[in-house]
Design a binder for this molecule. Structure first.
Ligand code: SF4
Ligand code: FES
Length: 297
């Protein structure tokens, strides 16, 4: 039995064309048929390309670990094959894998535009924001792991508690000098030059990528770390706080686990998704600490 459908005889079309052509100054029927055939072929080829693009997949290898489920307590990698789309980020691919294949796949994300800092992962051996990393920029298979040097809570979620403690240790907020006379608490203006100086340091989104990349932080749990030191820089270099407070901030930074632990390896600067010159800021604070302690007799 044939599954082919019987086609209407072409002669009807031809006769219609013949009638039309007799009153129409357009292309001859044969030429028009050739054009239509070419159009159909082009359409077929376009569709084939689109189908090909739609079936291209991204191979993700995702770290999995769940201490609360007996059979998932042994860390492993799961493979996901996600349909690729132009402009797809690592976060997009993870969301697809979670929504379509495994709803238990766990990771943090929120803004999807490199603002909240919640989706820093270790992607193909480097700390990156999932929402800022294009799949097309990566070699496959794309390996996604939680940030190194942090305790894993589940899958790609790490415990950020220690990172936040280090950030708070540098008192990341404006303070007032104790003996400010009445009236001095009015709006404090900042010069353009001073704003320019601290501008980059204000861009931190608390993602933890720098801390995770730092060998020193990995070996010294008390080291303040690049993000916290950068946060201290943001306030120590701001002219709106007085000299007394600057000295107070430098005292926090020159402690045993402060700026002097940095060995200028630049790993933090390389991975920071906001391009903050972290190592430069740390070096500048070292110079400030030396200046503060210089005495001339
Ligand atoms: S300094 Fe950069 S890498 Fe470090 S927490 Fe801030 S944004 Fe993230
Ligand atoms: S989801 Fe907010 S920084 Fe990526």
């Amino acid at each position: 039995m044939s599954t082919q459908q019987e086609q209407p005889p072409e002669t009807d079309d031809t006769s219609t064309e013949t009638v039309e052509s007799s009153t129409d100054a357009g292309p001859a029927p044969q030429d028009r048929r050739m054009e239509e055939k070419a159009d159909r072929r082009a359409r077929r080829e376009r569709t084939a390309d689109e189908i090909d693009a739609g079936t291209e997949t991204v191979h993700l290898k995702v770290f999995r670990y769940d201490p609360e489920v007996a059979e998932k307590q042994e860390p492993r990698f799961d493979d996901f094959h996600v349909p690729f789309e132009k402009g797809m980020t690592v976060l997009d691919a993870l969301i697809y894998a979670r929504d379509e294949f495994d709803p238990s796949l766990t990771f943090r994300h929120s803004c999807r535009q490199a603002v909240c800092g919640s989706d820093a992962f270790f992607v193909n051996g480097r700390q990156r924001l999932g929402c800022q990393t294009q799949i097309s920029d990566l070699d496959g298979p794309v390996r996604v792991e939680p940030l190194p040097h942090q305790d894993v809570v589940k899958d790609l979620v790490v415990d950020m508690g220690h990172f936040y403690e280090q950030m708070h240790a540098v008192e990341p907020y404006f303070q007032e000098e104790e003996d400010l006379p009445d009236g001095d608490l009015e709006e404090q203006f900042q010069t353009r030059e001073n704003r320019e100086k601290v501008k980059m340091s204000t861009r931190c989104i608390w993602c933890g990528a720098c801390m995770s990349s730092c060998n020193i932080a990995a070996g010294d749990n008390e080291y303040l770390g690049p993000a916290a030191i950068n946060k201290a820089y943001r306030f120590a270099m701001d002219d709106r706080e007085g000299e007394e407070l600057k000295e107070h901030r430098l005292r926090i930074l020159e402690q045993e686990h402060g700026v002097w632990r940095c060995q200028t390896q630049f790993s933090c600067t390389e991975v920071c998704p906001k391009d903050i010159p972290l190592t430069e800021h740390i070096q500048e604070l070292k110079r400030e600490a030396v200046k503060k302690n210089l005495k001339f007799w």
